[in-house]
Design a protein around this ligand. Structure first.
Ligand code: NAD
Length: 508
């Protein structure tokens, strides 16, 4: 049994209680039990964290690059040595199934490996001979303090998307985890402190909207990043836009799978189950709408229902169950409400996941079992809106164009996957699916950390994506130096031969 957890802020190397005394209960979604409390930090606390990060910035940005990479490498080692403890922290408050929680920690370690290539990725450019004795040099320079906001469903992954790249490129950071899953960051921050990361380089403030809003007009904040729902992304874009801050804002999703007549059926079913029911459907790349060509529609539905009925539901720490609970009683109600909406708008509720069988000790947890709607059409509310739970909507399409049209017409554009063995379908889908991330014969089309991760349309507010070279671009500015070298013996610059070049250079 976990002892009562009092979540603390971490500012300038100190673990601190929130002085305003406002706390929210922290629950274990597997049991519904209150296991601790999370501070709702005040504007003053949020600004104090930014001030600490701003104070740490000059020394940190001047720290030699190999030394900064040494910290990133030590973070990787600390994670490797504490993998199980970190995974358990995710399985307790976010109630991600322990096997998937281990996977999330492993993915963050891969991101840290990738971040160790910052010294190659951050290299600038030079142009010699712009005019006589003049060269141009582009430097990828840090900007100062960045702030980050996490969703409840990937407490570790989002840390990985933001912090290694931000601090690796020389910035300092203030991070606000979700109040629903703050535990991972308590553990990770302690590990960062244990490896000797200087005080103030990474700071944690817990809280909600007000804690974030305190950053918009803070002159020390260079930019804000979020992974969360689209309305939150838009609110932050508006707040930061008013004050000219950079933003990197990943929003919500509604992902399609297209199942073609030649789909390898065992692999297709297995991957759709992993994608649709993994993390109880609370993944931004979870398959939610399944467009199946008419030739195999009946066979697919039969196979999907049979496999879905076999999915076991229960406590996230139970290695023998497949799927844990959803995050909160509010989320459970929202998902159950969508099940009612689907019925009322004429879809067939082929498998009803409400009130699944769970152990007596978990009766107060927030469980929704695998749910399948068939006869869904793209304009139904259950096909348009993000349900963020283990609910699959199966629709019949005539051919690949029907699936592509439904994807194009959808307001979200995070990911889409196709199951086929046909090279023509594969290429057509990659080229025409109107989303940011495409998968072929995979259920979750999450790009490897070396490549950017992010959607398009309603799934991304602005242009900046996480991971890969995109992260380096976001966390740096392209600073350009124009340099004239002067011969110290001559005392003055050698007269330029190309005077017109010099004039245009100075004039601009
Ligand atoms: P959310 O938008 O409710 O909250 C995300 C974070 O924003 C939380 O830390 C919250 O405290 C903060 N927040 C909420 N309202 C705010 C406001 N008005 N101003 C500033 N901050 C605010 O999202 P959630 O329920 O925690 O997470 C689920 C959502 O995140 C889903 O929509 C999911 O698709 C999305 N998500 C997207 C990706 C992606 O890669 N695109 C990845 C994970 C999750």
């Amino acid at each position: 049994m976990t002892s009562y957890i009092k979540i603390k802020n971490h500012i300038n190397g100190q673990w601190l209680d929130e002085t305003n005394g406002q706390y929210e209960p922290l629950k274990n979604p597997s049991t519904g039990a209150v296991i601790g409390e999370v501070p709702l930090s005040s504007v003053e606390t949020s600004r104090a964290a930014v001030a600490a990060a701003a104070e740490a910035f000059p020394a940190w940005s001047a720290t030699p690059l190999p030394k900064r990479m040494d910290y990133i490498f030590k973070m990787y080692t600390a994670m490797a040595e504490n993998k199980e403890m970190l995974a358990e922290s995710i399985a307790i408050d976010q109630a991600k199934h322990i096997a998937e929680a281990r996977g999330e920690v492993g993915r963050v370690m891969e991101i840290l490996q990738m971040a160790c290539s910052i010294p190659s990725l951050i290299q600038g450019e030079t142009v010699q001979g712009i005019a006589n004795n003049i060269s141009g040099r582009l430097i990828k320079a840090p900007l100062g303090v960045f702030c980050g906001v996490a969703p409840f469903n990937f407490p570790a992954l989002v840390f990985g998307w933001f912090i290694p790249f931000a601090i690796g490129t020389g910035n300092t950071f203030v991070y606000k985890p979700s109040t629903e899953s703050p535990l991972f960051m308590q553990k990770m921050m302690q590990l960062m402190q244990d490896i000797g990361l200087p005080d103030g380089v990474v700071n944690i403030v817990h809280g909600d909207r007000e804690t974030v809003e305190a950053w918009y007009d803070d002159e020390n904040v260079a930019g804000v990043c979020l992974v969360g729902s689209t309305p939150t992304a838009k609110a932050i874009a508006e707040g930061c836009g008013r004050h000219g801050k950079k933003t990197m804002l990943l929003g919500g999703a509604k992902n399609f799978a297209a199942v073609m007549e030649d789909a390898p059926m065992d692999l297709t079913i297995e991957n759709i189950l992993m994608s649709g029911y993994g993390s109880a459907g609370q993944r931004c790349l979870a398959v939610s709408n399944i467009a199946v060509v008419s030739e195999i529609y009946d066979e697919f539905v039969e196979r999907l229902l049979e496999a879905s009925r076999n999915i076991s539901v229960g406590n996230a720490m139970d290695p023998d169950v497949f799927m844990g609970p959803v995050i909160s009683s509010k989320a459970k109600e929202r998902i159950e409400n969508y099940i009612e909406i689907g019925q009322s708008e004429g879809a067939t509720l082929a498998l009803d996941g409400r009130n699944p069988d769970v152990a007596d000790t978990d009766k107060d947890g927030y469980y929704v079992g695998p749910t399948v709607f068939t006869d869904v059409t793209p304009c139904m509310q259950i096909a348009r809106e993000e349900i963020f739970g283990p609910v699959l909507s199966v629709m019949k399409v005539g051919c690949i164009n029907g699936a592509l049209r439904a994807i194009k017409n959808h307001e979200m554009g995070n990911g889409a996957v196709i199951f086929t063995q046909n090279a023509f379908y594969t290429e057509k889908f990659i080229n025409e699916a109107d989303v940011g991330m495409v998968g072929v014969n995979v259920g979750i089309c999450a790009p490897h950390p070396y490549l950017p991760f992010g959607g398009i349309k309603g799934s991304l507010v602005g242009n900046n994506k996480v991971q890969g070279k995109d992260a380096i671009d976001f966390f740096t500015q392209n600073k350009v130096a124009t340099v004239r070298v002067v011969d110290p013996k001559a005392g003055e610059a050698a007269p330029a031969t190309g005077n017109s070049d010099v004039r245009s250079c100075v004039a601009s």
